[in-house]
Write a protein that binds this ligand. Structure first.
Ligand code: KG4
Ligand code: ZN
Length: 360
C-alpha cells in the first residue's frame, strides 16, 4: 500500500492506495473558509492548518480502511511546487512515518500528479497524450510521450487560468475560489455574451495569456459600477440573496462572457497543438478541469476531430492526495523514481515540469 500526503497549497489531503495503484481511500480537509475572506490563500494560515488537519484526516482514513503501517509499500509526499511552509508540513509528516516504520519515502512533483490524474478515472487512457494542466497556479500544455517523458509545449505568460477565474470573481466582490462561483453565475446568464479581446491571437506559439482579458473584464466591471474588490467578499448564496436583479443580470453576463472566452482560448490552443503533434488523445486536468463548460467544449472538439478526450472526475481535478500516491506508484513500479533519505529530503517551490524548456 502507498500512503500519500499532499499539502502544497491550502488543501490538506491524504490517500491510501493499494499495491497496484487502486485508490482505497482518499480524504481532504479544505481550508476554503479560512482563506475565503482574504480573497486568496494566506500561506501562514495554510501551514498551521495542515499541521492540525493531517492527523485528523489520517484517523478518518484508518476508520474507513483499517490498515497497519507495516503493510505500507512506501510513504509518499508532494515535495514541489507550492508554498514552502505548507509543503514542509506534509513532507515532515511523511518523513516521520517513513523513518519510524523504515519504509521507503517517495517524493512527487505536484504537477506530475495532476498530469497523471486522468488515469485515475480512465483505464483506457495510454501514452502519448496532450494535456492541459489548468489550476490556480499553473496553465501548462504538455505532451506526455511516456511516463517521465514530458514536453512542455506552452504555458501562461502571466496569470494561470484558475487565477484569472479567481481574480474576476474577486473584482466582482465574490470570494475565493472564484472558479466554481463564476461557473454557476454563467449558468444563470440570460443575456448575449459581451465582446472580449482574444489574447495572443497572432501568436504562433502555444502560450497563454490571461492578463489582458482580466483587464478588459475589469474595465467592464468598473463601467458598470460593479467593482467591489475592497468590500467584504461574498459567497455565491450571499450574493444571490443580497444583489438586486439588475446587478445579478450584469454580473452573470460578465461571468458567462469570461468563461466563454476562456473556453475558446483553450480550444484554440488544443487545435494548434493537435495539428503540430498528431496526438489522438487529449486531457484536461487541474482544478479548472471541474468546469463543465470547458469539459463540454473539449469533448465537442474531440468528437469533431475524432480524438479521445479524458478528464478526471472532479475530486481528482482539484488538489488531492490520490494523484500523488498514483504518480509515486507508477514511477516506482517502473524504477523511474527511487526512495529518498528521510533525514535529508527537502521541498522546493519550483516544479521540474515548469522548469522544462518550451519545445514544439
Ligand atoms: O488544482 P487546484 O485545486 O489547486 C492548484 O493547484 O492551484 O485548482 C484550484 C483552481 C482555483 O483557481 C479554482 O478557482 C479553480 O481551480 N476551479 C475552477 C472550478 N473549480 C475550481 N475554475 C473554473 N471552474 C470551476 N468549476
Ligand atoms: Zn494543484
Amino acid at each position: 500500500m502507498f500512503l500519500a500526503f499532499e499539502t502544497s497549497c491550502d488543501d490538506s489531503a491524504v490517500a491510501l492506495l493499494s499495491q497496484d495503484g487502486q485508490v482505497l481511500s482518499h480524504k481532504l480537509a479544505t481550508q476554503i473558509k479560512q482563506h475565503a475572506k482574504y480573497g486568496g490563500v494566506v500561506p501562514e494560515i495554510a501551514s498551521r492548518r495542515h499541521l492540525t488537519n493531517l492527523p485528523l484526516i489520517l484517523n478518518v482514513i484508518q476508520e474507513e480502511y483499517p490498515f497497519s503501517l507495516d503493510e505500507l509499500t512506501a510513504v509518499v509526499a508532494t515535495n514541489a511546487p507550492g508554498l514552502v511552509g505548507s509543503l514542509l508540513i506534509g513532507l515532515s509528516y511523511a518523513k516521520t512515518i517513513a523513518w519510524l516504520t523504515k519504509k521507503p519515502l517517495l517524493v512527487v512533483d505536484h504537477l506530475e500528479g495532476h498530469l497523471l490524474a486522468p488515469f485515475l478515472s480512465h483505464t483506457d487512457l495510454c501514452f502519448p497524450y496532450l494535456a492541459l494542466i489548468a489550476s490556480g497556479g499553473h496553465t501548462h500544455l504538455i505532451l506526455a510521450n511516456d511516463l517521465g517523458d514530458y514536453r512542455l509545449l506552452g504555458r501562461t505568460l502571466d496569470d494561470a487560468l484558475g487565477e484569472a477565474f479567481d481574480k474576476v470573481a474577486k473584482m466582482l466582490g465574490l470570494e475565493y475560489p472564484g472558479g466554481p462561483i463564476i461557473e454557476k453565475l454563467a449558468d444563470l446568464n440570460t443575456e448575449p455574451l459581451l465582446p472580449l479581446p482574444m489574447p495572443l491571437q497572432k501568436e504562433k506559439t502555444l502560450n497563454f495569456s490571461f492578463s489582458g482579458l482580466k483587464t478588459a473584464i475589469r474595465k467592464i466591471i468598473v463601467e458598470r459600477d460593479l467593482y467591489n474588490e475592497k468590500n467584504k467578499l461574498l459567497s455565491l448564496s450571499q450574493f444571490l440573496a443580497q444583489a438586486d436583479l439588475e446587478t445579478k443580470r450584469k454580473t452573470c453576463q460578465i461571468a458567462a462572457s469570461f468563461q466563454d472566452l476562456a473556453c475558446r482560448i483553450v480550444e484554440q490552443r488544443f487545435t494548434q497543438a493537435c495539428k503540430q503533434t498528431n496526438v489522438r488523445q487529449i486531457a484536461l486536468t487541474g482544478g479548472v478541469a471541474c468546469n463543465k463548460k470547458l469539459r463540454e467544449t473539449l469533448q465537442n472538439f474531440a468528437n469533431k476531430k475524432n480524438l479521445k478526450f479524458f478528464a478526471p472526475q472532479p475530486s481528482y481535478c482539484t488538489d488531492n492526495a490520490a494523484m500523488i500516491g498514483f504518480s509515486a506508484y507508477m514511477n516506482y513500479k517502473r524504477n523511474i523514481i527511487m526512495p529518498v533519505n528521510p533525514l535529508t529530503a527537502n521541498v522546493s517551490s519550483k516544479s521540474k515540469i515548469s522548469s522544462l524548456p518550451i519545445s514544439i
